[in-house]
Write a protein that binds this ligand. Structure first.
Ligand code: ADP
Ligand code: MG
Length: 552
């Protein structure tokens, strides 16, 4: 191995810069953060060729005096902390004092700045050296121009992606900050063409509409939770509005955008069983914790953090979100009380074997949904609550049964069969099922072995019909054979499968009373939006949506 040498300063500078500045989007992030730290009301971002050719960030913030303008470009020059103790109480986005130094080390940088009442200053720097310092006329605020990023690091420059990719990253960075600072106006242009126009607004919801699309707004619910000085707040989408990727998820800790596994796991955990696998909700959530409880120093670009009280944070996050998501429809959209409809039992349809509503569910306060009829033997069309509802009868019934099983923790009424069922299965199926007799009995299905390949079923849950039991057991055995599962997981599997088998099928005519009862039951449960597999239960068309579609 060669002898150890201390790197020449210009080399060391470039290496340090590489830790902070990876691509145009990192420059945009650092510059916009500085603008926000300077209490700006407006931030303008102008990019050329995805920022590879030129990046200009202009703000109307506090600006700097001539001395500070010069110091700002030095490494570890910051106005934001002065002693080690301050590190634990950081309230600004920046604090390391290395961003401007790093950017100037790998570009041609021009900083123009002016405080209120002070003189205007311009600093020209190149490869980390200040070349010129001028007094100039300028509006209050700061403007930083960065040209030829990585001009002196060709290997790095070659590594940059195409214009569209780099541009997309830059836009994403601006959107992240725009969601956290709705009261600040953000404007982004590319090669002179306006791409983002986000005027300052008072209400985060308005900004959410601009960033996520207006169609998302009716599906967003506001959340808030607090425990011992730790607060989580923001907006999340109902399980009926999901995306195929996690791009609609924005998490912030103490005002700073973070990518944190703990928080994203807790978020998805709250949606478990209500959205399909591989789909993601929209979520813009802000967590506020005492600054000394987070370590933002884990990574130079600071999107990764570490919590000192991770378990508390997880619980607060998950609890708050689960609670918000399990608010029944009837609470979310209160309207007048509904008289209990007449219930007439019919063997083929929905009301078959459905347990009687628990007291309190009759006469509940909820949306008045009046069934208008059934379409294709499969969907119930209902009116009320200011719009039209189309309900998948099977998915809805599945969810209702599943929620009841879940609420009783399986402690399900079993109906003793007058004539026990004998069911023949394969040996391996039988063996797997025999390991779960306790769990099955808790869910109302009592079975015992009866020879090598047969079992006898003595009681079944009220919502299952005898001829559905064999299919249920076979599918369960198939699932059990696909690898070991925890107790909780097996229990949920049993409930979901039972719900699926017991639920009214598609292509089954329903009477008006059955439809009314199904809608009423649906309005009273905690997770009405999707079936246990995550398919949507209903589609809502409100007046606005109808007017939009008819071009009114
Ligand atoms: P940091 O933000 O970590 O302090 P930077 O290198 O990003 O380090 O900035 C150095 C200093 O320059 C900041 O502490 C701040 O005082 C000043 N500064 C940078 N950008 C601006 C701006 N847009 N408006 C006012 N002051 C700024
Ligand atoms: Mg900074």
């Amino acid at each position: 191995m060669a002898r150890i040498r201390v790197l020449p300063p210009e080399v060391a500078r470039k290496i340090a810069a590489g830790e902070v500045i990876e691509r145009p989007a990192s420059v945009v992030k650092e510059l916009v953060e500085n603008s926000l730290d300077a209490a700006s009301h407006y931030v303008w971002v102008d990019l050329w060729d995805g920022g590879k050719r030129r990046i200009v960030v202009t703000d109307d913030g506090e600006g700097m005096g001539p001395e500070d303008a010069k110091l700002a470009l030095l490494r570890h020059a910051t106005s934001k902390i002065s002693a080690e103790g301050d590190l634990f109480a950081i309230k600004t986005l920046g604090f390391r004092g290395e961003a401007l130094a790093a950017i100037s080390a790998v570009s041609h940088l021009t900083l123009t700045t002016k405080t209120r009442g002070g003189p205007g200053t311009r600093v020209l720097a190149e490869g980390g050296e200040i070349k010129e310092l001028l007094q100039v006329g300028a509006p209050q605020g700061t403007r930083v121009e960065v040209e030829g990023l990585f001009f002196n690091l060709p290997a790095r420059r070659k590594f940059l992606k195409g214009v569209q990719t780099e541009l997309a990253h830059c836009m994403e960075v601006v959107l992240r900050m725009a969601l956290a600072y709705p009261e600040v106006g953000f404007y982004l242009k590319h090669n002179g063409r306006p791409l983002l126009r986000l005027p300052p607004v008072k209400d985060l919801r308005v900004r959410l509409g601009s960033v996520m699309g207006k169609e998302a707004l009716p599906f967003l619910i506001e959340v808030r939770g607090e425990e011992e000085g730790r607060v989580v707040g923001g907006w999340i989408s109902k399980p009926s509005f999901v995306r195929g990727n996690p791009k609609g998820i924005y998490l912030y800790v103490n005002g700073r955008y973070v990518r944190d596994r703990l928080l994203s796991h807790a978020l998805l955990e709250a949606y478990r069983g209500t959205i399909p696998k591989g789909s993601y909700p929209i979520a813009v959530l802000f967590l506020k914790v005492p600054p000394e409880e987070v370590d933002v120093n884990v990574h130079p670009t600071k999107t990764e953090i570490r919590f000192r009280k991770a378990d508390l944070i997880w619980r607060l996050f998950e609890d708050t979100l689960s609670k918000a998501l399990s608010r029944p429809l009837s609470e979310q959209t209160p309207s007048g009380p509904v008289p209990p409809p007449e219930v007439k039992e019919e063997v083929s349809g929905y009301a078959r074997g459905a347990p009687a509503p628990e007291s309190g569910e009759l006469g509940f306060v909820g949306p008045k949904w009046r069934p208008l009829g059934q379409v294709l033997g499969t969907y119930i069309v209902a009116e009320g609550n200011g719009g039209v509802l189309i309900v998948d009868q099977h998915a809805a019934h599945e969810r209702i049964i599943y929620e009841r099983l879940r609420k009783r923790e399986g402690d399900q009424d079993a109906q003793r069969l007058l004539v026990p069922l004998l069911i023949e299965l394969r040996k391996d199926e039988l063996r797997l099922l025999m390991e779960q007799t306790g769990e099955l009995a808790a869910s109302g299905l009592h079975l015992e072995p009866f020879g090598e390949q047969t079992l006898v079923v003595k009681a079944i849950p009220s919502f299952l019909r005898p001829h559905e039991v064999k299919g249920f057991l076979q599918e369960l055995a198939q699932d059990l054979s696909e690898g070991s599962k925890g107790k909780g997981e097996i229990r949920e599997k049993i409930w979901a499968l039972m719900a699926c088998k017991g639920a009214v099928k598609a292509n089954t005519p329903l009477s008006r009373e059955e439809m009314e009862r199904l809608l009423r039951d649906l309005a009273s449960i905690s997770h009405p939006y999707t079936c246990p597999h995550g398919r949507p239960v209903f589609i809502e068309l409100d007046r606005k949506e109808l007017e939009r579609r008819f071009g009114r």
